[in-house]
Design a protein around this ligand. Structure first.
Ligand code: SF4
Ligand code: SF4
Length: 424
């Protein structure tokens, strides 16, 4: 990586903390990703993006800013990228997948807060996230109680916070509320940029995001092949990078990788051995660099064939219809697309269980690992009924509850190994 010290200083990063984070990240990446066998050649692009995630990509975002674009950071797949792009802005996901500055965090948040929330507080307090610092606006959405209450504190730590309210049910009234929130978001972006969002801008934004979702969908479908042509770790990484990279370039690279995977499938070449047990992971999102559970699962010789998660299929499922010929109609299509997201903050949420069943069948899975972050009430509460309903269909389930620390690695490995033995 080139020397980006000056850029990091200008962004206000803490050099010592940031260097420590980069070193840990680099070591984890080397040992988890670069030691895998049978990796597709197309993964070299994603390795490069990761190696430059705090360097070249941030430089690109700053160049976009100099050219007049605003950078919009967000934490949730409910923030519509179509609208961000239509406003001439760039969307970035704010990763929250590692513990940082925990002592500082626990001075402002209760200890029993989920790791994801603690993580973005730690990244802010430790001054280590260039994406957070480069963002012209940070959008926080009212999803779970943990997030919405923590945003009351977080909003005073950043100069540019925007709160988006979200429904918790799928009633007609809730849909109306979502539309109202998306319209307010349009107004906010228009006010920020000083430009109106046109029908054409919206259609262009939809085309870009739909193309990205289609590429990710193509990648997902290829994993139904037996043997699966790509490891779950690499596929998860691609889904994580989807939140950081330039969307058009990313789409091209995912499609190029899929071309390569199609050849591998024809040649019957898999990422793992052909008798590898096949696992679907379901539950909380795994933000960069949270690779803990997938690395434990794949270290047993099993292969992950799908992620029922926002960083995975829950986030990319469903395209936005762009056929309406007026702005209100397009806004309705955007709302309809997002209203289908089956996050555990919704009640009731039967669609999610149905999707897990569908994914298990589609990807020919031998079992489901349900992943819940400690203190995440929505997903952990839901995991009981998910387990019950899947077991009724004879789908084996392992429910795991963990955090970002490494302390329970041994115990988790033992449980995962036993589960993989059973589903073999
Ligand atoms: S799990 Fe729910 S709150 Fe989290 S990113 Fe997904 S939709 Fe948003
Ligand atoms: S992991 Fe659970 S508790 Fe944490 S932010 Fe997401 S939904 Fe909320």
């Amino acid at each position: 990586m080139a020397d980006y010290t000056q850029m990091w200083t200008e962004l206000g990063l803490n050099h010592d903390n940031h260097n420590a984070l980069l070193e840990n990240l680099g070591n984890a990446y080397q040992s988890i990703f670069m030691t895998q066998e049978n990796r597709p050649e197309g993964m070299s692009y994603f390795d490069f993006v990761m190696s430059e995630a705090h360097g070249l990509r941030i430089q690109e975002l700053r160049e976009e800013q100099e050219a007049g674009r605003k950078i919009i950071g967000s934490f949730c797949v409910f923030v519509p990228e179509e609208i961000v792009l239509a406003a001439g802005c760039t969307a970035v996901g704010l990763c929250a997948g590692a513990d940082f500055a925990q002592e500082e965090v626990e001075k402002v948040l209760p200890r029993n807060t989920c790791s994801l929330i603690k993580s973005f507080f730690g990244f802010k307090l430790g001054k280590v996230c260039p994406y957070m610092e480069v963002s012209d606006m940070i959008v926080g959405e009212n999803t779970c109680d943990g997030k919405k209450k923590s945003f009351e504190i977080f909003k005073d730590m950043v100069p540019n916070f925007y709160q988006m309210d979200l429904p918790q049910t799928k009633t007609p009234m809730a849909r109306q509320m979502l539309k109202h929130e998306f319209q307010s978001f349009v107004e906010k972006l228009e006010e920020m940029t000083g430009k109106s969002i046109s029908l054409e801008n919206l259609k262009q934004g939809i085309a870009t995001v739909n193309a990205k979702r289609q590429a990710l969908r193509r990648l997902s479908m290829l994993r139904s092949a037996d043997p699966a042509p790509i490891s779950g770790l690499d596929a998860l990484l691609i889904n994580q990078i989807a939140f950081l990279d330039n969307p058009v370039r990313f789409t091209e690279k995912v499609n190029a990788l899929c071309d390569e995977l199609e050849i591998k499938i024809k040649e019957n070449k898999g990422a793992k051995s052909s008798d590898a047990p096949r696992v679907v992971i379901s539950g909380c999102p795994m933000a960069i660099p949270n690779w803990k559970i997938p690395s434990i699962i794949e270290a047993t010789g099993a292969v992950i064939v799908g992620e029922e998660s926002c960083i995975g299929e829950r986030g990319q499922r469903n395209l936005t219809d762009d056929s309406a010929n007026n702005i209100d109609g397009i806004m309705d299509s955007i709302v309809d697309r997002y209203f289908k997201i089956d996050c555990a903050v919704f009640t009731p949420n039967q669609e999610r269980v149905n999707h897990i069943k569908e994914m298990s069948q589609q990807y020919n899975a031998d079992g489901v690992v349900h992943y819940g972050l400690q203190f995440c009430q929505p997903y952990i509460m839901e995991s009981f009924s998910v387990e019950k309903q899947l077991e009724k269909e004879n789908i084996s389930v392992l429910r795991l509850e963990t955090d970002y620390s490494q302390e329970d690695m041994g115990q988790l490995s033992t449980r995962v190994e036993a589960f993989v033995e059973i589903i073999k």
